[in-house]
Design a protein around this ligand. Structure first.
Ligand SMILES: Cc1cc2nc3c(=O)[nH]c(=O)nc-3n(C[C@H](O)[C@H](O)[C@H](O)COP(=O)(O)OP(=O)(O)OC[C@H]3O[C@@H](n4cnc5c(N)ncnc54)[C@H](O)[C@@H]3O)c2cc1C
Length: 378
């Protein structure tokens, strides 16, 4: 197995925290990744699979287990069963934004709105990445997964991954472990082939973010360029020269609350309806049907509210820092906690707790962290 000298996790995560792990394996090929996982699971109860480290908040103490770096690459283009669509099977370690650039070049639509998201393709389904109204769930067909329980590789359809708002069965949320433990080896997307021509943009949220009218036609390349500009202006594209990008992106998730709770928030708080699940269907067996159809139950819809707004309204301006701390809010985006240079995980956690506490006492809502936490408590 390609075991390497362990590198401190502060050099491999975008929040730049974490000590040197006990052991590190670099998996450059599909077979190396499969072998590495089987061997590690047989020997070491503590393991971490690492992509780009852009959705991880790692504690200061050295990780006692094995870190497996996923460094596989490659895109395979395949026909889809639907006319006008193409499938891309992509190795887990492939850079997500390189995949988006490739899709745009090939005239394949559906992921251009997610240009500039850091990290690997294999980690993308773990939190169902999304931006500007596009999410990977909209184009994901299946993943190849090696299961920790059995060590077997199987093809898992997207529908079995529990993909929701920044979540899946594979994501370990703060305070709970993942429902399913395994490693994604490859990801297959199905994308419509629209070519290089300008056309109206599907998706109201994407159009609004791009300030486009419903009938305004633009190319995929134009959308990608514009999204990269918008993201860069918010510190949301990695840039070694810009400390506002030494983050895990949004540190807190936009909060999903009931409509009833949302009504208690100030009307200026930005909010968006969460696409409702279909209303439950009531099935009455024919032998029990007596002609009476009960009224449909009222379904309370959930609402997504802007956590950045709640943070700012709780008294935190962009760039906020606690005294003598090297952790601070991004100067461009109130939702990104950033490492201003040499900050420890303890300093970042202290800032996160302070913000969460103030938002809770102002608005009665407990913000949930978006990154996966390893060896650190909030
Ligand atoms: C500046 C910035 C902007 C961001 N913007 C966005 C955004 O707009 N939208 C968004 O959704 N996210 C965003 N993120 C978060 C992050 O980029 C994504 O979650 C990304 O998918 C993480 O990929 P990664 O390879 O870096 O994962 P890592 O941080 O390496 O890992 C994250 C988790 O996934 C697990 N994991 C990694 N690879 C695999 C695999 N192959 N199989 C199973 N589990 C795996 C890890 O063990 C860990 O638990 C942003 C982050 C930053 C720093």
């Amino acid at each position: 197995m390609p075991e390497v000298d362990p590198i401190p996790l502060s050099q491999l995560t975008t929040l730049r925290t974490g000590g040197t792990p006990a052991r590190m394996i670099d998996a450059h090929t599909y077979d190396e990744l499969v072998d590495a996982m089987r061997e590690v699971w047989a020997e070491d109860p503590d393991w971490l699979v690492l992509g780009g480290g852009s959705n991880l908040f790692v504690g200061d103490d050295a990780f006692e287990g094995t870190v497996v770096r996923v460094l596989t690459e490659g895109i395979e283009r395949m026909p889809a069963s639907r006319p006008g669509f193409v499938r891309l099977k992509v190795q887990a370690g492939h850079d997500w934004d390189h995949l988006v650039a490739y899709a745009v070049e090939q005239g394949l639509a559906g992921i251009e709105g997610m240009s500039g998201i850091p990290g690997t393709v294999g980690a993308a389904p773990v939190q169902n990445i999304g931006a500007y109204g596009q999410e990977i769930v909209q184009t994901l067909v299946e993943v190849e997964l090696i299961d920790e329980r059995t060590g077997e590789v199987s093809v898992v359809p997207a529908a079995q991954l529990g993909l929701g708002f920044r979540t899946s069965v594979l994501k370990a949320h703060y305070g709970s472990v993942a429902q399913r433990s395994g490693v994604i080896l490859s990801v297959t997307l199905e994308l419509p082939e629209v070519g290089p021509m300008a056309r109206p943009v599907a998706g109201a949220q994407l159009r609004t973010s791009l300030r486009l009218q419903p009938d305004e036609a633009v190319t995929l390349a134009w959308i990608r360029r514009r999204i990269l500009e918008i993201r860069a202006s918010k510190g949301m594209v990695l840039d070694a020269d810009d400390p506002d990008t030494y983050s895990a992106g949004s540190f807190f998730q936009n909060a999903i609350v009931s409509e009833e709770f949302a009504r208690t928030l100030p009307p200026e708080c930005p909010r968006w309806p969460v696409t409702p699940d279909l209303d439950p269907v009531l099935v009455i067996p024919l032998e029990r049907f007596d002609g009476y159809v009960p009224p449909t139950a009222t379904v309370e819809r959930d609402v997504k509210v802007s956590s950045a707004w709640l943070i700012e309204q709780s008294g935190f301006r962009k760039g906020f820092k606690l005294p003598r701390s090297r952790a601070g809010l991004s100067t461009k985006h109130a939702l990104a906690l950033t490492n201003r240079g040499g900050a420890t995980a303890r300093e970042l956690a202290e800032l996160a707790r302070y913000i969460r506490g103030r938002v809770q006492s102002e608005f009665g809502l407990v913000l949930q962290p978006e990154p996966v936490l390893l060896g650190v408590e909030l």
